[in-house]
Design a protein around this ligand. Structure first.
Ligand SMILES: Nc1ncnc2c1ncn2[C@@H]1O[C@H](COP(=O)(O)OP(=O)(O)O)[C@@H](O)[C@H]1O
Ligand SMILES: [Mg+2]
Length: 548
């Protein structure tokens, strides 16, 4: 016992017990054994809205109107069976009908002889506390929401990082590939060009014609591989035009029909209406081909390959994330390639678009097919969806936004039906290329078509020749990438000599931004190497005929 302690009798001597009870911030009421109120302090008045003299003699339950009082007073019952009542949460309805939350404690009052004489209730309004709690709850919920948002942001960041890594991988591969592609294309142009020249020199039924065709075919295949590398590395030149996807599928079906083992049944369900999309048809054909070849390769023991096209409005909400980015809802052409092959597990599926990822170790997969598909579909603003179950086959779906200009496509089709291999009428052409094989081939081919040809091995020689023969020269075919004086500078200087000069640009590939400004400056045409002679003939003819 501490020294300053005074017994209640002592301090109550100075301050009355009732004064203390009245100034208590908690409500206190006392009842007799019948639960009729005998005492009511100020705080009790304040909380319940009853004045003390009104409450006096009323049953406790009529004043508190608490959930606890509903039948027999739960407090009394608890106390009678000797159970503590301490801080029970309940509600009280006040005199004005307002319901407020309250904490109630209660105890027995005994006289000095230990006889039960009444009950004591203490209660407090916990509305402010409740408010704090509910504010807290709101804050907590907001916090949880923020956390979820953060988690999502992190998830997205991770995805972006993954995409960035992928993009970087593509970029460095592109640099590598771009370096060799130029030389490679020149070599192929030689092979392809001379092979077609041989073919024009021998009768079609000669046995040699078959060999030559094989050479051509191999060279075309090699050119396709080069262009595949360039394509996924986004170095290739994309010629986006409106085209009917059905036609591309039909072409692929033809090739597949010829080359696929009979154990694989090939079926197709094509949309009856044309599926116009804005694509580079050659690239898209490679895409379809690559997906189909994978499907065929997934069915070494035979199976069924189905190609479908359909046009529909697609909503991608709630579907699994698509590559390369989350698609917008809209009208799409959907191409599906479905096989009954071995399928893929989740881990494989995660990596299939990585350049050089292949599970075809021994049979020599390149791992480039789907990387190329990815690059191209990205370029066409499309999406890819892959569904696969190990052992039960795979379905690749490519979604391409439907073209807004189908009438354009019809016009293009008309143009493409135009007659082939237009001949020259004795015009003179200056062919500029640093590769001797291309100069030789080009000279031979152009002469056969009925042109006169000058050749130059670089820009300086070309300028020299042009100054000497400018009155005779009707067209310049200009390689873009050459030593000494590059194609771009040569082009500019030639135009200084003659602003009306006609120039066709020829190159293996064009990086974005190199070719376009040149075409802006009115180059009259463009030939992509390696070129077929028919293409060259057409471009040259239309350039000479053009009137800029
Ligand atoms: N239809 C398919 N069924 C099963 N696996 C497939 C299918 N298509 C692609 N894959 C998987 O994706 C990988 C990568 O394909 P791709 O890039 O074309 O390279 P490659 O065919 O040279 O292996 C394949 O090695 C294979 O594991
Ligand atoms: Mg493949």
């Amino acid at each position: 016992m501490t020294e300053g302690y005074r017994s209640p009798e002592t301090w109550a001597g100075n301050i009355s017990a009732s004064a203390i009870l009245h100034s208590l911030p908690d409500a206190v009421l006392v009842t007799d054994l019948q639960a009729r109120i005998t005492y009511f302090n100020r705080a009790a008045e304040k909380i319940t809205g009853f004045r003390g003299h009104e409450a006096q003699g009323m049953y406790c339950k009529d004043v508190l109107k608490s959930g606890l009082c509903e039948t027999e007073c739960a407090v009394k019952r608890a106390l009678d069976s000797d159970q503590n009542i301490f801080n029970i949460e309940t509600t009280i309805t006040t005199a004005t009908g307002e319901t407020i939350p309250a904490l109630v404690s209660a105890s027995l009052i005994k006289d000095s002889a230990g006889k039960l004489v009444g009950y004591l209730y203490a209660f407090r309004d916990i509305l402010p506390f409740k408010k704090i709690m509910s504010d807290l709850e709101v804050s907590r919920a907001k916090l949880a929401e923020r956390n979820a948002e953060l988690d999502m942001a992190i998830e997205e960041l991770k995805m972006t990082q993954g995409q960035l890594l992928q993009a970087q991988k593509m970029e460095s591969l592109g640099t590598l590939a771009g370096g060799i592609a130029h030389d490679f294309n020149n070599i192929l142009t030689g092979i392809l060009g001379f092979a077609s020249l041989i073919r024009t020199k021998i009768p079609a039924d000669s046995p040699i014609a078959r060999y030559v065709m094989q050479i051509e075919r191999s060279a075309v295949r090699a050119a396709e591989l080069t262009s595949m590398i360039l394509t996924f590395a986004r170095r290739g030149r994309f010629e986006i035009k409106t085209a009917d996807l059905n036609e591309i599928v039909l072409e692929v079906l033809q090739i597949l029909g010829r080359t696929t083992d009979r154990s694989i049944k090939i079926g197709h369900i094509l949309s009856p209406k044309p599926c116009y999309v804005d694509i580079d048809s050659a690239k898209m054909e490679q895409v379809v081909m690559n997906i189909c070849v994978n499907a065929v390769e997934a069915m070494p023991n035979g199976g069924k390959l189905t190609i479908k096209t359909e046009v529909s409005f697609y909503s991608f909400d709630g579907m699994e994330k698509k590559l390369p980015h989350q698609p917008a809802d809209g009208k799409y052409v959907r191409l599906s390639v479905i096989d009954t092959g071995g399928g893929m597990d989740g881990e494989t599926r995660q990596r299939i678009f990585d350049p050089f990822f292949t599970t075809k170790g021994e049979s020599g997969g390149t791992g480039l097919g789907l990387a190329m598909v990815y690059g191209v579909i990205n370029e066409f603003n499309g999406y890819i969806e892959v569904e696969s179950t190990p052992g039960a086959g795979t379905a690749f779906s490519v979604f391409l936004p439907i073209s807004k200009s189908p009438s354009e496509a019809e016009k293009i089709e008309e143009q493409e039906k135009a007659p082939d291999v237009p001949k020259g009428k004795g015009e003179t052409i200056l062919l500029v290329d640093d590769e001797s094989i291309i100069r030789e081939l080009g000279k031979d081919a152009l002469e056969q078509l009925g042109y006169n040809v000058f050749v130059a091995e670089d820009g300086l020689a070309a300028l020299d020749l042009y100054e000497k023969h400018r009155d005779k020269i009707d067209l310049v075919i200009l390689d873009l990438i050459m030593p000494n004086l590059g194609g771009k500078e040569t082009f500019e200087r030639l135009r200084q000599i003659n602003p009306d000069i006609k120039v066709v640009i020829s190159t293996g590939y064009a990086k974005d931004g190199v070719l376009e400004p040149l075409l802006d400056k009115k180059a009259n045409g463009f030939i992509k190497k390696p070129y077929k002679i028919q293409n060259m003939a057409r471009v040259v003819r239309s350039a000479i005929g053009s009137t800029y």
